[in-house]
Design a protein around this ligand. Structure first.
Ligand SMILES: [Zn+2]
Length: 295
């Protein structure tokens, strides 16, 4: 964590230097692409910041097979987008292709490589009630139904950026489970822990990590009582194992607004809050998102 902070300061210093350069020399024809954190790894979110050689009205990108839509921040005179690489992505230097259009309709293009480094994730052995590793026929039907419900919710996403500023923790509590751990349940079922667990007693208010819209608030078999928020541009946050909903599907929610009470419903080893971050179908490390400084 200390390393990450240090890197973001290095980045800020680099950005300030480049800002100073561009104002003093005023050279047109320069693209500038930087990212936070500086060390990009598999499973982690990354904030992209782009300045274009001349003013443009649209900017989009392509990276690792994802379409990335940027939004302009007038305060910083730069374009920003959140992106990320899946846990399975191999280390390497992956090209990002940027395309933009000026006010007069002139197309601009730019390409740069973003180096992805390998992050290793630990293993854990856990015990849960037997029905979560060997569900009955009826439970299997519910699991199938849940899949359909989630797929439907994931299709109704906002193309526009809804989030504003840095993401905030959903509860103030210690971490009881980190992202990316290879888990073995009851000695048989293997799965990857695709979220971040906060150690909270049942009944603790859970708040929205940023602005967005509630696209799912209902009980599911593995997730327990589950809330899914849409923050726009393909970014979702998920809150699992809740005891009580304080919002309903369709609600617009502000950052810090209570959305539920925590609990231990679904496949949970005990009461806790599981926070997950999903971007364009890929689960990303919530700790990485919470530590980004966003415009
Ligand atoms: Zn969890």
């Amino acid at each position: 964590m200390r390393g990450l902070r240090f890197h973001s300061w290095v980045l800020i210093a680099a950005v300030l230097t480049s800002l100073a350069e561009s104002t003093s020399t005023d050279t047109p024809g320069r693209w500038n692409l930087t990212h936070q954190p500086v060390r990009v790894v598999n499973g982690a979110p990354v904030l992209l910041r782009v300045t274009t050689p001349q003013p443009v009205r649209t900017l989009s990108g392509k990276w690792l097979g994802h379409e990335i839509s940027f939004s302009f921040d007038a305060g910083q005179k730069a374009w920003f987008a959140l992106a990320g690489a899946s846990l399975e992505t191999k280390p390497g230097a992956y090209p990002i292709e940027l395309t933009a259009e000026t006010a007069s309709g002139k197309p601009l293009a730019y390409q740069q490589r973003i180096r992805l480094q390998r992050q290793r994730y630990p293993r854990a052995i856990l015990k849960v009630p037997g029905r979560y590793t060997a569900p009955s026929a009826e439970e299997l039907r519910q699991i199938e139904q849940d899949k359909g419900m989630k797929a439907q919710a994931f299709q109704t996403l906002s193309a526009d950026r809804e989030w504003k500023g840095s993401f905030a923790r959903p509860v103030e509590a210690g971490i009881s489970g980190v992202f990316g751990v290879q888990r073995v349940f009851n000695g048989t079922v293997q799965s990857t822990h695709q979220g971040l667990d906060f150690r909270v007693p049942p009944g603790t208010p859970v708040t929205a990590v940023n602005r967005g819209r509630i696209i799912l608030a209902r009980p599911l078999f593995f997730e327990g009582n589950c809330v899914v928020m849409d923050h726009g541009q393909g970014l979702l946050t998920l809150y699992l194992h809740l005891s009580k909903f304080l919002v309903k599907e369709g609600d617009a929610v502000e950052k810090g607004q209570p959305i539920a009470l925590s609990g231990g419903t679904g496949r949970a080893t005990g009461p806790h809050l599981h926070l997950a971050v999903r971007w364009q179908g890929v689960y990303l490390n919530p700790a990485g998102l919470l530590s980004l400084r966003l415009p």
